[in-house]
Design a protein around this ligand. Structure first.
Ligand SMILES: [Ca+2]
Ligand SMILES: [Ca+2]
Ligand SMILES: [Ca+2]
Length: 424
């Protein structure tokens, strides 16, 4: 978790390294960028209407209302109260944010070590037992980008008084339509088959424009969101992913193996396209996961080579794969999204995390379905240099950083030169 926290508290800095002489003009790249620009020109964000916001988002959700909504001061999280108490006791100036951050950080670590059922305390929204059953509504980032959006809402359920647990994704993202209220009054169990949680019904009024998060408005502050447990836990094809997860990941809830490659959906790291291998796929795997990448004796992020004649052995790690930053990125273990029409990029073999690959057309459909906010990885097609058919340009970016590479075909494989990079 180290990397995003560092990024969160770092001032927003944009920089572009001095461009090396790239020696590559690519009319393919110019054409592609022009078409993206044209697409943006015709796009404008429209908030959903208040009437639509009040309709249940999915068939397995019912909306009820409470008479008296929780007041902010009643549901404020306990960590916040503890921090304020300590600041008052130590007579810390209320504008001393550095001190406050230090206190919050050390208290946060103590809180995170406390486990309720099987969930770390700061992530618990509400926990409640009912005879032998125990339900915990909690937040998780497996399907929701951690910093830019709200967390995903999940249910942890035990039917044997906490001896064994199962975790189910509710299909909901915090702030996207509903904002669940921590520590609110109504009991979590509605009956044996339903759980409920007090919530604000909200609608997005302004889209995220990095570094600004999206803006929301409360439509109703006294909703009670009722979830049907049987619907949430249903796994029609028995592949280990619930129907709700499969819809969210654009997989087939009635086939154990959506892409027919022999690996079941829950274990397949690229479940929508059968993976294969060729020199271009190995290039992408080098850039994305550090596979077989060796640095040319300089900084590992600068000039690199992929030696296809001498690949690393199965359990060997390349120099880049031993890098701490990349390790942290893999550790997050969230499912990521990649939109591409490139048949090579579609058929990569991710090893560290699941990647849902969609064509641009599928992505448009996906965006209209109120799905979670998977972290999006962006890789452009390979653009040929006009005067050298063995050299290419490639842009890549994730939420907070991006690079442009010049890539050259060599006798042994590929040479990758970073010609510019940015972090925000
Ligand atoms: Ca399934
Ligand atoms: Ca399936
Ligand atoms: Ca498969």
């Amino acid at each position: 978790m180290k990397t995003p926290l560092i990024l969160l508290f770092t001032l927003i800095v944009c920089f572009t390294k001095a461009q090396k002489n790239e020696g590559c003009k690519s009319s393919q790249k110019t054409k592609y960028e022009d078409s993206l620009r044209d697409k943006w020109k015709t796009y404008s964000f429209k908030p959903i209407s208040k009437e639509d916001a009040l309709k249940p988002l999915f068939g397995y959700i019912e909306i009820d209302y409470v008479n008296k909504p929780a007041k902010f001061e009643d549901i404020v999280d306990s960590l916040h109260i503890q921090v304020k108490q300590i600041l008052a006791e130590k007579k810390v100036d209320e504008n001393d944010f550095e001190k406050e951050l230090m206190i919050r950080d050390s208290l946060g670590k103590i809180e995170a070590a406390k486990i309720i059922g099987n969930i770390s305390k700061p992530f618990v929204i509400k926990s409640e037992k009912r005879a032998n059953k125990w339900a915990i509504l909690f937040e998780d980032f497996k399907y929701d980008e951690m910093l830019a959006f709200g967390s995903g809402y999940w249910l942890s359920l035990s039917e044997d008084d906490g001896k064994s647990w199962k975790k189910y994704y509710t299909g909901l993202t915090g702030g996207k339509n509903y904002y669940f209220k921590k520590n609110s009054n109504p009991s979590l169990w509605r009956d044996d088959n339903h759980i409920q949680i007090e919530a604000d019904i909200v609608r997005m009024t302004e889209e995220r424009a990095h570094p600004m998060p999206p803006q929301y408005e409360t439509v109703k502050d006294n909703a009670l969101i009722v979830l049907n447990i049987a619907d949430i836990s249903k796994d029609s094809d028995g592949d280990g992913l619930t129907d709700i997860e499969e819809k969210n990941l654009f997989l087939n809830p009635f086939s154990k193996d959506t892409d027919g490659d022999g690996i079941v959906d829950s274990e397949d790291m690229n479940p929508r396209f059968a993976s294969t291998s060729n020199d271009f796929i190995k290039l992408y795997e080098g850039i994305m996961f550090g596979e077989n990448v060796q640095s040319d004796g300089k900084h590992p992020y600068e000039d690199r080579t992929i030696d296809l004649t001498n690949p690393l052995k199965k359990d060997e790690k390349s120099e880049l794969q031993q890098d701490e930053l990349l390790e942290d990125f893999h550790f997050l273990n969230t499912t990521k999204l990649l939109v591409t029409s490139d048949p090579n990029l579609q058929r990569i073999n991710p090893k560290h995390y699941k990647i849902i690959i969609l064509t641009p057309k599928e992505f448009e459909e996906y965006q209209n379905l109120h799905h979670s906010e998977l972290e999006k990885l962006n890789y452009s097609p390979l653009f040929k240099c006009d005067k050298d058919s063995n050299s290419f340009l490639l842009d890549s970016s994730a939420s907070y950083s991006g690079q442009t590479y010049k890539i050259q075909r060599t006798k042994i494989g590929w040479k990758i030169i970073t010609i510019s990079s940015w972090i925000s």
